[in-house]
Design a protein around this ligand. Structure first.
Ligand code: AMP
Length: 282
């Protein structure tokens, strides 16, 4: 595994054997099974696999969140060595955001709802860093988790709009036994908070069961999710959403592809989760 901070080195490695295909897995480190599943899929589908680790400061609207974001570089190196990836890029923040930096990417409409509403500027930060990673690396494929459904939607839109010559590959959410989506932030959960953190998946599952039983009205589905969360005293709801998969706007009655999503605070930790429902599969 080659490990580098240098953009010039990344470009040199990427183009050393131009006929080989490269998969890129962008991460913020503190690696876990979710990241590993993306890496393994990239390895299955490409000649070479690269991972980037960069805690992107401009996507954090809350300084406390940035300060407490878990970092575990040594452990990450161990994991990536074991996974036998080819290239690890750990950009330095001041190589990415140089003193003169003033160019940002904004994906307009779909960045405004859900996470975008709760975390103003978040997707501008995400789209900007992902554009920079793509511009430097020029991967054939880039891998993103369905766990961050809106992020995936925003990046796909950016790739379409900006005509990036690469494929975005989405990977299913990896979960703990109680349904909690694996996440770097889970490390910040206290013992008692962790015990209640299966509640997001429980709530999504309650809505899903209702859909299987024939419910199609969004208000009713939201009510099921809300009632399910009320069983957990540490949980504070940020939002519960039933949205059109494309526009990410709230809908009244669910249709073909609908995104059920929610964000909650459990103690001091903010967690998100979602479930994509396709009525064609039901
Ligand atoms: P992060 O390091 O949190 O920015 O995540 C890097 C990538 O891993 C993103 O594309 C996430 O959507 C994806 N990811 C995070 N958690 C999971 C998970 N539990 N299952 C699948 N992918 C995930």
């Amino acid at each position: 595994m080659i490990v580098t901070r240098q953009i010039t080195e990344i470009r040199a490695q990427r183009w050393r054997e131009p006929r080989l295909t490269w998969g890129l897995v962008p991460t913020m480190g503190a690696l876990h099974q979710g990241h590993i599943s993306l890496i393994r899929q990239a390895q299955d589908e490409n000649d070479r696999t690269a991972v980037s680790i960069f805690v992107n400061p401009i996507q954090f609207n809350n300084p406390h969140d940035l300060k407490t974001y878990p970092v575990s570089l040594e452990k990450d190196l161990e994991i990536l060595t074991k996974e036998k990836i080819d290239l690890l890029w750990i950009p330095a923040a001041n190589d990415i955001y140089t003193g003169q930096f003033q160019t940002f990417v904004t994906v307009e409409q779909i960045s405004k709802s859900l996470e975008g509403k709760s975390r103003p500027g978040h997707f501008k930060g995400v789209a900007t860093i992902v554009a920079i990673l793509f511009n430097v690396f020029q991967p054939d494929r880039a891998y993103f988790g369905e766990k961050d459904a809106q992020q995936l939607r925003v990046i796909r839109q950016m790739v379409d709009d900006m005509k990036y010559n690469l494929k975005i590959i989405s990977c299913p959410t990896v979960r703990e036994q109680d349904g909690l989506a694996v996440s770097s932030r889970n490390r910040n959960l206290s013992k008692s908070a962790r015990k209640q953190a299966g509640c997001l998946f429980q709530a999504l599952s309650a809505a899903h069961r209702a859909i299987l039983d024939g419910e199609r009205r969004a208000v009713r589905l939201k009510r099921f999710m809300k009632d399910s969360l009320h069983a957990y005293p540490l949980v504070k709801i940020d939002y519960i959403s039933v949205a059109d998969e494309q526009s990410l706007q709230e809908i009244g009655v669910i249709k073909n592809r609908t995104l059920l999503s929610l964000a909650v605070m459990i103690g001091k930790v903010r967690l998100i989760d979602n479930l994509m429902v396709d009525l064609k599969d039901i």
